[in-house]
Ligand binder design. Structure first.
Ligand SMILES: Nc1nc2c(c(=O)[nH]1)N[C@H]1C(S)=C(S)[C@@H](COP(=O)(O)O)O[C@H]1N2
Ligand SMILES: [Mo]
Length: 320
């Protein structure tokens, strides 16, 4: 399937980005690039703190890449100024500013539960130890918009293998940081903080599933989930928990943030399935940020070839 017939239009500033960001974008482009596409980025070291710090030997890649359907990357400004991150705000355009001073160092990621070798990973060690590779993935939000994002990350499976999951482990639970003093959205006691998500172990071990530490050749901006977030491209965006502090292997299927809030709207699997409407709206089409009109949503967000086998024999209208 190709999408070359889809018309792309410049992003409307009224829709997504204030004008000063366009100016910054021009500066960004002036910095130039060293090379493009599929940069394999060496591990980073040192006091990586600033969100604008470039990963050593990473390429600041302008939006010239494309995904495997030939679709262009979503501009950096849109990816970093139109965010879902309820700990900061439910207003997508307010998150970037509110997250500006969020502290991402020091940071420890605890991996435990049903594993032989539970461990606390320091974020700097993760950056050192796991080479970052670029993965251009589509992110499809359940709200009906999508983006094409050049992540920098590494397969979650590498980290999980290191802690040696026990035979009894069947699921993986991801817990985001909860720091109300830095996260104004957490004043809302309506939400079941901390944000948490879950995967079946085989989904978590799939090569498409990554822990991302960067995008567009840089460390992750705070609003996109710094310092480390999950990215599961064949599921709705909400599966991809941000600012993870704990990964726990379990025997029982974990609770998830959205399932706790609205169990009849958000199932555990959350695979992108255009045939299964959300109770309040269709999921058949999506609006690619930067385009006018809507395009059909693809089964498993376009990754069916790689992941459909994980669900053979399951009724995906029931297990949504
Ligand atoms: N901790 C946390 N992670 C989260 C969310 C959130 O509110 N809190 N929102 C999710 C949703 S609904 C989406 S669509 C994606 C958005 O990621 P982005 O802002 O990097 O595009 O993050 C997901 N991860
Ligand atoms: Mo979302």
């Amino acid at each position: 399937m190709t999408s070359s017939s889809w018309k792309t239009v410049p992003i409307q500033s009224s829709e997504i980005t204030p004008k000063h960001l366009y100016l910054r974008r021009r500066e960004f482009l002036k910095l130039g690039t060293v090379g493009a596409a599929a940069a394999i980025v060496a591990a980073c070291s040192g006091s990586a703190d600033s969100t604008s710090e470039v990963l050593p030997s990473a390429t600041r890649i302008p939006q010239i890449g494309k995904d495997e359907y030939g679709d262009p990357l979503t501009p950096y400004e849109a990816i970093t100024n139109y965010n879902n991150y309820y700990e900061f705000s439910t207003n997508k355009e307010a998150v970037a500013k509110l997250a500006k001073n969020f502290q991402t160092r020091p940071w420890t990621l605890e991996v435990g539960g049903l594993v032989a070798k539970p461990r606390q990973f320091d974020i700097e060690d993760i950056l050192q130890k796991y080479p970052q590779e670029e993965r251009i993935y589509r992110l499809r939000c359940v709200e009906g918009w999508s983006m094409v994002i050049p992540w920098l990350g590494f397969p979650l499976a590498k980290l999980l293998k290191e802690v040696e999951p026990l035979g009894s482990a069947r699921y993986v639970r991801f817990i985001s940081v909860a720091r109300p003093e830095e996260m104004p959205g957490m004043r809302s006691s309506f939400y079941p903080w901390p944000y948490q998500e879950g995967l079946r172990l085989d989904e978590a071990m799939h090569d498409l599933t990554i822990l991302a530490l960067g995008l567009y050749g840089e460390l992750l901006p705070n609003q996109n989930g710094a310092p480390i977030r999950l990215v599961v491209p064949w599921k709705y965006g909400f599966k991809s928990a941000k600012a993870i502090v704990k990964i726990e292997l379990t025997e029982q299927q974990p609770q998830t943030f959205w399932n706790l809030i609205a169990p009849h709207e958000y199932g555990f699997y959350s695979n992108v399935n255009p045939q299964k409407p959300h109770p309040r709206w269709s999921q058949a089409t999506e609006r690619r940020i930067g385009e006018s009109g809507r395009r059909p949503t693809l089964m498993f967000n376009g990754y069916a070839e790689q992941v459909a086998h994980l669900y053979s024999g399951m009724d995906l209208m029931q297990a949504y």
